[in-house]
Design a protein around this ligand. Structure first.
Ligand code: DGL
Length: 290
């Protein structure tokens, strides 16, 4: 089950409007540390099939979950500086919780282009949980953020919220997408702490608070100790982008979508993955991590 989530709810921000002038289709820049942002990209394409998409995976710096906060802020600003200059997007989507829970204020201070982030969907999970036991599955970085703790404090109501920082899942998702056999035992061990049983009362909602995790959604559902609602923020992010840019313009043929990699390891295999998400052109724009 996918539950709608408003990624800006509670952030008390005015809604920027950025519909491009002259009826031209907008350029949407989608950004993540790797392949996880594709789970947001696919909902964005459904919402704005006419847009020109540029997807950037900062794979040279993957995984973001392991970077210090200072390093991550500097890195995202550095990559974004280059991307904005090269592609002049009408909207930037940070399809990464690990980055969004830290870097959004820095990006909004630096660029005038509207920036939509991806943050843990704590609110809808706590609103809909019947057992009042909710888990947030994220990278260790996202779990440690003040921002995430504040979201939980604001929206948990009477729910007990378990924060689970997984050191390995994003990498396991990348490996599975690159065609390696899914390591079911490792995946099961990473999601196990999400499943809490208090005298027969069991967790019934798990927030997918890393965009890599919906890539493994079928496996999660298969190996979970019991069924839960897996909450994915992608549809809400797509709605927010449509609010900012306006609805799709009928009759526009979208220009080819481009995938960019800052590292480009195993590029040949990745080109096939990107093509499966409609990103026909895959290029390496080298930006090593220093
Ligand atoms: N996809 C990213 C997120 O949503 C994280 C993966 C990483 O650690 O780089 O948090």
């Amino acid at each position: 089950m996918r539950i709608a989530f408003d990624p800006l709810a509670g952030m008390k921000q005015p809604l920027p409007s950025a519909a491009p002038r002259g009826g031209r289709a907008p350029t949407i820049l989608v950004f993540d540390s790797g392949l996880g942002g594709l789970t947001v990209h696919r909902d964005l394409v459904r919402a704005r099939p006419d847009a020109r998409f540029v997807y950037c995976a900062d794979d040279a710096a993957f995984p973001y979950g392991a970077l210090s906060e200072e390093h991550l802020v500097a890195r995202v600003l550095q990559v974004m500086e280059r991307l904005v200059a090269a592609h002049a997007p009408d909207c930037i989507v940070i399809a990464c919780n690990t980055a969004s829970t830290l870097v959004l204020p820095h990006l909004r201070a630096r660029f005038t282009v509207p920036v939509v982030g991806t943050v843990p969907a704590v609110k809808p999970a706590c609103e809909t949980s019947v057992s009042r036991l909710v888990s947030v599955l994220a990278t260790p970085g996202t779990v440690a953020r003040d921002y995430t703790r504040a979201l939980v404090a604001e929206y948990r109501g009477d729910c007990a919220v378990t924060l689970v920082g997984s050191p390995r899942l994003a990498g396991l998702a990348e490996a599975t997408m690159r065609g390696e056999p899914a390591d079911l035992a490792a995946i099961a061990a990473e999601i196990a702490p999400c499943f809490v049983d208090v005298d027969g009362r069991r967790t019934d909602a798990v927030v997918l608070a890393c965009t890599h995790y919906p890539l493994l959604a079928d496996i999660f559902a298969e190996i979970a100790p019991w069924p839960v609602a897996w909450i994915d923020p992608a549809p809400a992010i797509a709605r927010r982008v449509t609010q900012i840019l306006g609805p799709a313009q009928p009759g526009h043929v979208p220009p080819p979508a481009t995938a960019l990699l800052t590292g480009g390891a195993a590029l040949a295999g990745l080109a096939t993955v990107f093509a499966g998400f409609g990103l026909g052109e895959t290029r390496v724009e080298s930006l090593p991590l220093h």
